[in-house]
Write a protein that binds this ligand. Sequence first.
Ligand code: ADP
Length: 495
Amino acid sequence: MKYIIGIDVGTTATKGVLYDENGQKVASAQRGYPLIQEKMDQAEEDPKLIFDAVQDVIFSLSQKRKITAISWSSQMHSLIGLDENKELLTNSLTWADNRAKNVVKKAKADGLAQKIYQQTGMPIHPMAPVYKLFWLKQEKPKIFSRVKYWLGIKEYLIYRLTGKLVEDLSMAAGTGLLNLKTLTWDQELLSQVGITEKVLPKLVKSSDIVGSVKEEYRQKLDLDENTKVIAGASDGYLSTIGVGAIDEADFAMNVGTSGGVRCLAKKSIIDKKAQFFCYPADQGYLIGGPVNNGGIVFEWARKVLLGPNESAEDFLTLAQSAPVGSRGLIFHPYLGGERAPIWDANARGSFVGLTRSHTKAEMARSVIEGIIFNLYDASHAIIQSAGKPHAIRITGGFVQSDFVRQMLADVYNLPIIAMKNSEGGTLAAMFLGKQALGLSPDLSGIRKFTSEEKVYFPNPENVVRYQKILPVYREIENDLAKSYEKLAYLQNKLQ
Ligand code: ADP
């Protein structure tokens, strides 16, 4: 039997899944690593520790088996600098590192940020390596000038295993330096940053074979010269196709701690208000919006409204006892600022419309409704541009109950397909491996590896109720938006 390893390089851990040649999961392994957060807005990782974790995972899965390919699903927007000998000069500045926020503020004021979005599809946010590069140049000029190669974490791992410096389009798109029209590094932006194409990885397709594993690691990891390393892709792209959302007909939504809505469009689409990203991929363009406030807000409400010892199920039971629409109590879930759809780091949460007759149950329900209204709004701009999907395929810890799934169907007025597989990223990485080895001709083949758990259809009565509430939710959101900066300022002062 031959096997493919799909590796998901996450922010807190790397997970590997061993698949047999029929695409069946055989084994899995996981290794964690710390996030370095010593300074305000810093969120770094040590690339060497991640490489160690990846080696551990590969070794525990290879075990004298015939591994034909190792393929990747990776966290996006990280930035690492290497010197002329390709040794590390920086840690990995992850997507959660916000130290470039003043660079973004300035770029917004002088129009550069809007231009970057228009040319690359990368939303206006400090997570983008393009802004991190400006920040490093300004704050750490010595390191900036010593760096001879800039790359992200997946590129670093592939470099260590194969000696090749390559980046697939779906990851390159997340740097904010890839031109959406030409699908090459954007020369104008590179010169604005003060770098040339020579310091960036060579662009390849996600399903390209990068090469074989270097001799030293073949021995160490129990692999041989027939093990091919595949370029792989971003976790955003792979978790979308990994649930079978392979064209505009289906959207993919994952809501765990945070969340995201994505679809694979045939053409690139840029939003006038820069509400969603547009990243090229091997097949089509990934359009989507990441949201900060998913299960993390549910968790907050469970603890604060019920108590730290009550379970998620207790909270759901309480919320379920309240009527649809929580009798006009509206909750905005921006406890952690927000990315899509409002892209405002200063946004704050709110209950609006409280009366003396409102109950704890209604507060609980309005929290869940607010999280879903926000997801709906993040999807709304995409729906307006890419068209209404036939269904939404969902995964993640927040969407595991019938109650939440039905609410999604009622707010979206669409069928909601709960997917069985929560490992879409490694599954799709494995599929890229199959494509690279010539075993699967096109993307549609991925559907046979995915399975649906249950479909939820909208309840027409509830749909009507939610359609009355949504415009009010938005109106309040617009009214509150102008106070967020002042609120954030006040909160910092009063700490
Ligand atoms: P991640 O992979 O992002 O860490 P998961 O998909 O495991 O997240 O989901 C974890 C989140 O799901 C937590 O924020 C938690 O509060 C939330 N959660 C856990 N159980 C439930 C539940 N029954 N209903 C809604 N949310 C839940």
